[in-house]
Design a binder for this molecule. Structure first.
Ligand SMILES: [Zn+2]
Length: 205
């Protein structure tokens, strides 16, 4: 494997890159328990973008779970395969709970959290580089984030189970613009209350 890009993304930071079809992106949770929020767009036509609903509906129709795991196909709002999760040390990744925002923080954790940095701000910062904005914020994936869904449909953000060095690998099935927010949340256990760096590697194989 020859890396096209190999970086350490600091805690709380945003990132974006374009993957060519067939390329592999690995994300490594260097210190463990670090949620990595991600958005995906067709690089040729950004009106086609990741859809949690299409992804989970297709997965459920073949008896699959409500979270992402090895073999999961990440689908677009047109139902097409965007990426495949080809390796995963963690076992499950949330795509139901959405990204943290300053607004949601005030509702969940109190008004004093209004000015804390959040994933939504990271996404907007990164989207601006591509002439995109709030209307392009759609459903996202939360890699390494533990969100059990109770029988009554309730979601809970639980302690992360990703170990230090935990790793996923995604294979692009089309040219894909990837946006990442290394989640800055400190008010719930999604990052073990301590946001940490991650490593991102992009390669041809
Ligand atoms: Zn977040």
């Amino acid at each position: 494997m020859t890396a096209i890009l190999d970086i350490t993304l600091p805690a709380r930071a945003p990132f974006s890159a374009t993957l060519k079809a067939g390329q592999i992106m690995r994300i490594i949770d260097l210190e463990g328990q670090q949620a990595v929020d991600a958005l995906f767009y067709n690089a040729q036509d950004r009106s086609e973008r990741y859809s949690a609903q299409d992804t989970l509906a297709a997965q459920a129709s073949s008896g699959g779970p409500y979270y992402l795991q090895t073999g999961s196909v990440l689908r677009s709002n047109e139902g097409r395969a965007m990426l495949t999760l080809v390796a995963d040390s963690c076992g499950f990744h949330d795509t139901s709970a959405g990204a943290c925002s300053c607004e949601a923080n005030t509702v969940r954790f109190g008004h004093e959290t209004r000015f804390m940095h959040a994933c939504r701000e990271n996404f907007l910062t990164e989207l601006a580089k591509y002439g995109m904005g709030k209307r392009d914020l759609v459903s996202n994936v939360n890699f390494f984030m533990n969100v059990p869904i109770r029988p009554n449909g309730e979601l809970t953000v639980d302690d992360g189970v990703s170990e230090p060095g935990g790793e996923i690998a995604l294979r692009a099935e089309m040219d894909v613009l990837v946006l990442i927010s290394n989640c800055p949340q400190v008010n719930n256990p999604c990052n073990g209350f301590r946001p940490t760096p991650i490593r991102i590697i992009i390669s041809d194989t």
